[in-house]
Ligand binder design. Structure first.
Ligand code: BDP
Length: 689
């Protein structure tokens, strides 16, 4: 089975309606040569234009003056035609990765100019142009400047080297065959193309869990963790070719490292960050890495969390831990991405991050990025925004989103994350204070987004064809968080499935309703957390319903449901700035979708529309199932309009999703009934035996 092209199908987009000017501008391409990135640019143009116009472009090494028109690709200082045709100052002042597209006339020829201050910008510009053409947009009078809003746009693989397994991966084996390196597989190039096409500029190759934790309830994937070994010299050497391959596409390579590396990889008897020998060890390791990979991005660290070692083992804190690594990377321009996902001492995980990290604001080294998950719990189907955002003004922050659907149906269920991410990005972190939205927090160098869960080795990359949209949408939002959901969906659908209006409308509707459906039947829609199976060490799955398992997360009892995370209890709501704290602290003003996250309320507590809490939970669970059925019907209506392979695959997934959604609703509603003793007004619960 060949690897799927995802949204880079080119040829499959309806060619008949292509504007004539596409041919005028794109049949001849004059592109500069030299930098490795330009090789990638020429290859992509050849492939893309061949697909779109039905003919490979003619590639020139000088301006093709005899042609009616041409596409010119290069930086202003490399190419005269570019220099003559654009405002050079405006181009030079674009952020790294930015580019400029312009149609103009030059010496009697129609010219489409693609230029950028850096070669990397030319790569992004190439993919942008091909997207523009694939979407059938006009190139007449083109005059467009684009630059990324966020400097750092990373994908974090949770891949376990040596076993080729993936933590929370639902698309087969790891994409990366570390053992076969330095041999490179063709799919790496295709993967780099997918990432670059949406503006990703960094890839973390391995799982943040780099060793087997010695705690009792470890998750099963952890039993095969040896990612720390990638810092051994022999493995580093093997990575150089892969890093060079990514470099052609403007992507820097990163590694997750183990905080205990000085002991594990080196032969020190401590990894104490305040010890001089440890300091030296990291500095020397960094020198070695940069000798091999000069543009290496940096280290990602999960420390003092879920059994991974960290500075706490040495009586030091997160600042000491992050800074010792940062000092080692600094001379080389590398960064430390230090994860804030720590918990342990609190019975309610929600309060931990802000409490741990906010006091450290301003103390991290310049090249440390503190990487914070969007919510305070853990990638649940819907959470409030982590109170860390907006409250650590003197720290470079990274927003960690989960691309993979760990808690949203694991790519058996369709769940489009873009609407959820938009909710996060548009959130005002301090409505009566600085008023910055989450998306406005990452404009400084060194800040940005980290998306967890890269594709696997399955030919469709993500296990579920529709889950490709989450990788696409993540990249697009990391580049430009102002894009709205509808725009991103439309781009993705058209490039992936073509322009048939019925297909576009149907797939769009399916995508937009998929997250609300999953939220409803897996949570009841009022802000309950962790209703899924967590399980014992080897069985943990986060997929099946099992609300009895973690009572602390939903607080169900005879008298009511929900968790008091407010002034009456652990004060979590008070971690937010006043305006938000007040809003969340009062059940009357707390947004309904988060109500039970912040409050334990009686089952018969009335909501705005007069329905009780328990009735609303019943209604939402069943509404979620109905919506899942609607998604399935909509998809089925595409029989014959979408190619057989993708049609069948997705149809089968929807069959399974509906079965699972029913199981979820049945389990949750029975659970609500068991605790409340209140039957459903519509007679659906308790179920007749
Ligand atoms: C949890 C995952 C676990 C990860 C952890 C993390 O279940 O596999 O190791 O997040 O982010 O959601 O470190």
């Amino acid at each position: 089975e060949p690897y799927d092209d995802c949204w880079l199908r080119y040829g499959e987009v309806d060619g008949a309606s292509l504007p004539e000017s596409y041919r005028t501008y794109c049949a001849n391409v004059y592109a500069s040569v030299g930098a490795p990135e330009l090789g990638a640019v020429r290859e992509e143009l050849r492939r893309g234009i061949d697909g779109l116009l039905g003919r490979e472009p003619h590639l020139w090494q000088h301006p093709p003056r005899s042609a009616e028109g041409f596409l010119a690709v290069g930086t202003p200082d490399e190419m005269e035609v570019v220099h003559d045709s654009v405002a050079v100052d405006a181009v030079d002042s674009l952020a790294d990765g930015g580019f400029h597209l312009r149609t103009t006339e030059w010496e009697g020829c129609d010219v489409l100019v693609l230029t950028a201050p850096t070669d990397r910008g030319l790569v992004y510009g190439t993919f942008h142009l091909l997207r523009h053409l694939s979407l059938g947009r006009s190139v007449d009078d083109l005059d467009l400047f684009e630059e990324p809003a966020n400097a750092e746009r990373l994908v974090n693989h949770w891949d376990n080297p040596f076993r080729r397994s993936m933590e929370r991966g639902y698309a087969g084996q790891s994409l990366f065959d570390f053992e076969a390196l330095p041999n490179l597989d063709d799919r790496y190039v295709d993967y780099a193309r997918l990432l670059a096409s949406v503006g990703i500029n960094g890839v973390v190759l391995n799982n943040v869990n780099t060793e087997i934790p010695d705690r009792e309830s470890a998750n099963p994937a952890m039993s095969e963790l040896a990612g720390w070994r990638l810092l051994e010299s022999r493995y580093l050497e093997d990575l150089t070719g892969l890093a060079a391959l990514f470099r052609r596409y403007g992507i820097r390579t990163y590694l997750s490292v183990n905080f205990g590396a000085p002991e594990k990889v080196g032969d020190l008897e401590t990894s104490d960050p305040t010890d001089e020998r440890v300091e030296r060890w990291w500095a020397e390791k960094a020198d070695e890495v940069y000798d091999l990979i000069p543009d290496f991005g940096g280290f990602v660290v999960k420390a003092d969390s879920e059994g991974q070692p960290g500075p706490y083992n040495y009586d030091a804190d997160h600042v000491d831990g992050a800074n010792v690594l940062a000092r080692a990377l600094e001379p080389h321009g590398g960064r430390v991405w230090w994860r804030a996902f720590v918990y342990g001492s609190h019975s309610d995980r929600a309060v931990q991050q802000y409490e741990t990290f906010e006091p450290l604001d301003g103390e991290f080294h310049d090249n440390v990025t503190v990487q914070v998950k969007n919510g305070p719990i853990d990638f649940q189907p819907r959470e409030p925004i982590s109170p860390v955002f907006g409250q650590m003004p003197d720290t470079d922050l990274g927003l960690e989103l989960q691309i993979t659907g760990e808690y949203t149906g694991q790519h058996v269920h369709a769940c489009y994350h873009v609407p959820m991410w938009k909710e996060v990005l548009e959130f005002d972190t301090d409505p009566e204070g600085h008023g910055k939205r989450v998306k406005e927090l990452f404009s400084d160098p060194g800040t940005g987004l980290a998306g967890v869960g890269g594709p696997g080795a399955d030919p469709n990359w993500t296990g579920h064809y529709l889950a490709q949209a989450n990788l696409y949408g993540y990249g697009r939002l990391a580049w430009n968080p102002d894009l709205d959901t509808a725009t991103i969906t439309d781009e993705w659908v058209r490039q992936t499935f073509g322009h048939d209006p019925e297909v576009v409308e149907t797939v769009t509707d399916v995508m937009h309703d998929s997250w609300p459906a999953v939220v409803d039947y897996t949570t009841g829609g009022l802000g309950l957390m962790h209703m899924m199976y967590n399980g014992e060490a080897r069985l943990e799955n986060h997929y099946d319903p099992n609300p009895e398992e973690w009572p602390g997360y939903h607080g169900a009892s005879e008298d009511g449901i929900g968790v008091d995370r407010n002034a009456r209890a652990n004060g979590f709501a008070q971690q937010y700035p006043d305006a938000l704290a007040d809003r969340y602290d009062d059940p009357e003003t707390c947004p309904e979708e988060l109500l039970l996250f912040f409050h334990h309320l009686p089952w018969d507590h009335e909501l705005d529309d007069g329905r009780t809490v328990v009735q609303t939970l019943y209604d939402n669970c069943f509404a979620g199932v109905e919506l899942a059925e609607t998604l399935r019907e909509r998809w089925r209506s595409l029989d014959g309009r979408v190619d057989e392979r993708r049609f069948r695959h997705v149809a089968e997934r929807f069959d399974e999703q509906v079965v699972q959604a029913e199981r979820w609703a049945e389990t949750l509603t029975a659970f609500f009934y068991d605790h409340s003793g209140v039957p459903d007004e519509l007679g659906r619960v308790p179920r007749d035996e």
